[in-house]
Design a protein around this ligand. Structure first.
Ligand code: MRU
Length: 344
């Protein structure tokens, strides 16, 4: 099933805040509802945000009536700005928004703008599935029987429209008959690893072991993992931005002589930029000081403690052994090979 889709003039998505406790589909009939779903991580993961951005722009054209195409265009611009303000780090969100805006604004009537916007948003979603399957096919060759792979966050079907990036590569490798074990970091504070990655892998019958984030060192030291693969929210000239803890894994992998791979589609590359230009999202103190359950929240730190809660970190490209893309494997030197393989 797709993580996000269009049905009856609404955007529907798997509500990832509820997993694995319950599986629920959230219906967003307005851009505000979708924006809130993005901000609160009901939908998350860079490629899924690309689709959400695209569908969000399309939704803005359907959420009410418009007297003419100019009024609609103005409304869409405002809604696109709002969608772009929901999360700052994953470049894919902006890619999805811009792509649909650029196509739709060429429409000459309300009807035409709506039709173009929806078609383009659907195309983004369809292309994501295709490129993930391609990445899986290409990345699977990095693995062999008996490998034990460490990963962080969720980079599976739930982080994309379907299949996944890093987890998609693992999935494809297993589908090809390669015997793999996966170690999943729980990924504090929102637990995308324990709640979502293990849930996806168990459903697929893939051998997965959950560890807390600070156990990454011991599993490497004891030879329990021999490869690391992660996703990316943005890849710039000198670094990969991904879920907080990714940098730590890359340093540990280097110290233990373990290859550290990244899997990401071309749209995650923001190759014009350098690290200083990327905004790392900082999230609320609530995420750290409370344990949230469906019965409510319990304090797990003094209420007045100082908190620092960046959601992503920066891994220098020199720590990355190869990047899996839908256009092929990219090895260092990245300054030469990224433009060569991706045409950027
Ligand atoms: O805060 P999240 O859950 O949106 O963070 C997601 C990640 O960091 C993923 O690793 C990244 O988006 C790649 S997903 C295929």
């Amino acid at each position: 099933m797709r993580t996000i889709f269009w049905e009856n003039n609404a955007v529907k998505l798997i509500d990832q805040r509820k997993l694995p406790d319950s599986f629920e589909i959230l219906t967003c009939r307005t851009v505000n509802e979708l924006g809130e779903a993005i901000r609160t991580l009901a939908i998350r993961g860079a490629p899924a945000l690309e689709a959400a951005g695209g569908y969000g722009v399309a939704l803005s054209a359907f959420e009410r009536d418009f007297s003419d195409e100019n009024e609609l265009r103005e409304h869409m611009k405002g809604r696109a700005d709002y969608l772009a303000s929901t999360r700052p780090t994953a470049v894919n969100l902006f890619v999805g928004i811009e792509r649909v805006m650029n196509s739709a604004l060429k429409g000459k009537s309300v009807e035409e703008i709506r039709e173009i916007a929806l078609k383009e948003a659907q195309r983004i979603a369809d292309e994501d599935v295709e490129r993930n399957m391609k990445m899986g096919e290409i990345g699977a060759e990095l693995f062999e029987d008996g490998d034990s792979v460490l990963t962080i966050c969720n980079t599976g079907s739930l982080a994309t429209v379907y299949w996944g990036t890093a987890l998609g590569v693992i999935r494809s490798a297993v589908e090809k008959g390669i015997e793999l074990k996966v170690f999943a970091c729980e990924t504090r504070p929102l637990n995308q690893g324990s709640r979502l990655t293990t849930w996806e892998l168990i459903q697929d019958g893939i051998d997965v072991t959950l560890i807390i984030d600070s156990m990454a060192g011991i599993v490497m030291q004891r030879g329990m993992v021999n490869k690391v693969i992660v996703g990316a929210d943005r890849i710039v000239r000198d670094a990969v931005f991904n879920k907080i803890g990714t940098y730590t894994l890359s340093v540990l992998a280097k110290a233990h002589g373990i290859p550290f791979y990244v899997a990401a589609p071309k749209t995650t590359f923001d190759w014009e930029k350098f690290s200083q230009e990327v905004v790392i999202e900082e999230r609320s103190r609530e995420e750290l000081i409370y344990c949230h359950t469906k019965c409510g929240k319990t304090l797990i730190a003094p209420k007045n403690v100082k908190v620092y809660n960046p959601a992503f970190d920066r891994t220098p490209l020199e720590n990355v052994a190869a990047v899996v893309t839908e256009h092929g494997l990219i090895y260092p030197p990245y300054s030469e090979n990224v433009p060569k393989i991706l045409g950027l």
